[in-house]
Design a protein around this ligand. Structure first.
Ligand code: NAD
Length: 476
C-alpha cells in the first residue's frame, strides 16, 4: 500500500493531488526537498461552524475556507455548496487552484471555500442568509478582501451568491473603494465582467480545440485533425458543462450524449444543446428529450463509444472500477479531479490522452483575474479605446478606398470599423491564455520526455512557484 492510501487502500482526494505532485517532483530532483514540501502543504485552513435560523429551528452550518498557497497574494478560488463538502475536498480544490493559476500566469495563490449544504433543498432566502453569514465569518478572520483572498463561483454557486458576498463585504467595509474586487463571478450590473459566466466552458473548448489541431497527437489516438465531426459526451449540464457543450456544438462537433444526475440521453446523430437545455428548464430533467434515447444509469453514459469525453460535474467519477470500460480516445477534465490516480494509470496504459483539470478548466480563474483587474481599475474594458480604434479604422479605410479607387460596402465597413468591446477583449485574452498554456505544457512534455500532460502541467506549475519563492526569499 502506498503512503498516499488510507487504511482501506483508498486514496483521499488530497492524497491524489499529492501523488500527482510526487510524480512531477521526479523531474525536479535538483530542488531542495523542504521547498517542495512547502509548495505542497496547505498554508491556512479555516474550518467554521455558525448558527443560522431556518424557520423556527437553529441549524449549525459547517463551512470552510482554505488558502493553499501564499506565494502570491491575493489567494483565489471558488466556493462550493454541496452536502459532500469536507475539509479534504476543500484542501484539494485549493491546491489545484495554486497550480492552475501558475500554469495560466494568473498572479494569485490558490484557495477554495465550501459550505456543507444541499442548495436544492434550501429556500433562496435561507441560502442568502447562509451566504451572508459565511461572508461575515470570513471578514472577521480576515479571510476575504481584494488583496487577501478573492472567492468566485464553483459547484452549486453562481452570480447570485457572489452578489450577496460583495454586498455583505461592502456593508461591513463601507468606504473601501476597491470593495468590488473582493469577489469575482458577479453579475455585470454588480461589477462583473462580460464573458465570466461562460469562461470555464469556453476555456475547455479552446483547450480541446488546440489539441485537436495537433496532427501528431490526433494520429497517435487514431483520430483526424480538427473538431468538426468529433463525437463528444459531456457529463454535467451546469455552468461549465452547458457552456462547453454549446461551444463544441457550434463548432461542428457532435454531442452524442449528455449525462445529468437523473440519467443520460443519447443520440448518435447529435443532440441540439440549446434545445436540450430548454427541455431541462421546462421539465426539470434532461430525460425524455425528443429524438433521443434515455440511459437510466447515468454513469453508463461515460462508457459509451466516443472520441472525446468531458466530465464536467464532480470529482472521482472515473475510477478503477469503470476506467477499463471507458472507450473515449481523449478525456478533457472540465471538472476538478474527475479521474482517480488508479483510473489515471489504467487510462494511460490504454493510450488515452488526458487533458488535465489544472490546465483545462483554468478559463474561469483567468477571466476572474480580468474581472478583478477591471474592479481595481474602476473602468470597463474597451471604454477608453473602442471609439478611438473605430475612428482610426475609419481613417485607414478612407485612405485605402482612395488608393484603390474602390468603395467598400456598408456591411463590410461595419465589420472592419468595429472597435473592441469588453466581451471581445475578454474572450481574446482567454483564447490566447488557453492556447499558450496548452503549448507550454506540450513542449515541456516533449522536451523533458514526461509521460503525460498531467505530470507535465504539474512540473510547469511547480517550476513557476519555485521561481516565485526563490525571488521572494524565505523569511528567516
Ligand atoms: P454546477 O453546479 O453549475 O453544475 C454541475 C452539474 O453537474 C449540475 O447540473 C448537476 O446536476 C450535475 N451533476 C451532479 N452530479 C452529477 C452526476 N452524478 N452525474 C451527472 N451530472 C451530475 O457546477 P459547475 O460550476 O459547472 O462546476 C462543475 C465542475 O467544474 C466542478 O468540478 C467544479 O469544481 C469545476 N469548475 C468550475 C468552475 C466554474 O467557473 N464554475 C471553474 C473551474 C472548475
Amino acid at each position: 500500500m502506498s503512503k498516499n492510501q488510507n487504511k482501506t487502500g483508498a486514496y483521499s482526494f488530497f492524497n491524489c493531488i499529492e501523488k500527482n505532485f510526487d510524480k512531477a517532483a521526479r523531474f525536479l530532483s535538483s530542488i531542495e526537498k523542504g521547498l517542495l514540501e512547502q509548495i505542497k502543504a496547505c498554508n491556512a485552513v479555516y474550518r467554521m461552524h455558525f448558527p443560522v435560523k431556518i424557520g423556527k429551528e437553529i441549524r449549525v452550518i459547517e463551512a470552510y475556507r482554505v488558502q493553499h498557497s501564499h506565494h502570491k497574494l491575493p489567494c483565489k478560488g471558488g466556493i462550493r455548496y454541496s452536502i459532500k463538502v469536507n475539509q479534504d475536498e476543500v484542501m484539494t480544490l485549493a491546491a489545484l487552484m495554486t497550480y492552475k493559476c501558475a500554469i495560466v500566469d494568473v498572479p494569485f495563490g490558490g484557495a477554495k471555500g465550501g459550505i456543507k449544504i444541499d442548495p436544492q433543498t434550501i429556500s433562496t432566502d435561507n441560502i442568502e442568509k447562509i451566504t451572508r453569514r459565511y461572508t461575515s465569518e470570513l471578514i472577521k478572520k480576515n479571510f476575504i478582501g481584494p488583496g487577501i483572498d478573492v472567492p468566485a463561483p464553483d459547484y452549486g454557486t453562481g452570480e447570485r451568491e457572489m452578489s450577496w458576498i460583495f454586498d455583505t463585504f461592502l456593508s461591513l467595509r463601507s468606504g473601501d473603494v476597491d470593495a468590488l474586487a473582493c469577489v469575482t463571478g458577479k453579475p455585470v450590473s454588480q461589477g462583473g465582467v462580460r464573458g465570466r459566466k461562460e469562461a470555464t466552458g469556453l476555456g475547455v473548448f479552446y483547450g480541446i480545440r488546440e489539441l485537436c489541431h495537433v496532427k501528431e497527437d490526433m494520429y497517435s489516438v487514431g483520430l483526424d485533425v480538427g473538431l468538426v465531426g468529433k463525437k463528444i459526451i459531456i457529463q454535467g449540464l451546469g455552468n461549465v458543462g452547458y457552456h462547453a457543450a454549446t461551444f463544441f456544438h457550434e463548432s461542428g462537433a457532435i454531442i452524442i450524449a449528455l449525462a445529468e444526475r437523473e440519467g443520460a440521453i443519447y443520440n448518435e446523430k447529435g443532440l441540439n444543446v440549446s434545445k436540450v437545455f430548454s427541455h431541462l428548464k421546462n421539465t426539470g430533467s434532461i430525460l425524455n428529450f425528443p429524438e433521443s434515447k434515455n440511459i437510466e444509469n447515468t454513469e453508463k453514459a461515460l462508457e459509451l463509444e466516443c472520441d472525446i469525453l468531458i466530465p464536467a460535474a464532480l470529482e472521482n467519477v472515473i475510477h478503477k472500477n469503470n476506467a477499463n470500460r471507458i472507450k473515449a480516445k481523449i478525456i478533457g477534465e472540465a471538472a476538478n479531479g474527475p479521474i482517480t490516480p488508479e483510473a489515471d494509470e489504467i487510462l494511460e496504459k490504454k493510450g488515452v490522452i488526458i487533458v488535465p483539470d489544472i490546465y483545462l478548466n483554468a478559463g474561469g480563474v483567468t477571466v476572474s483575474y480580468f474581472e478583478w483587474l477591471k474592479n481595481l481599475s474602476h473602468v470597463r474594458y474597451g471604454r477608453m479605446e473602442k471609439k478611438f480604434s473605430e475612428n482610426m479604422n475609419a481613417e485607414l479605410l478612407q485612405v485605402i478606398e482612395t488608393i484603390c479607387n474602390k468603395k467598400i460596402s456598408t456591411e463590410e465597413k461595419k465589420i472592419i470599423l468595429r472597435g473592441p468591446r469588453e466581451i471581445d477583449l475578454v474572450r481574446s485574452g482567454l483564447e490566447d491564455t488557453m492556447i499558450n498554456g496548452f503549448h507550454k505544457i506540450r513542449d515541456l512534455k516533449k522536451s523533458s520526455k514526461i509521460e503525460n500532460m498531467r505530470t507535465a502541467a504539474f512540473v510547469l506549475a511547480i517550476n513557476k512557484i519555485i521561481d516565485s519563492y526563490e525571488k521572494l526569499g524565505i523569511f528567516p
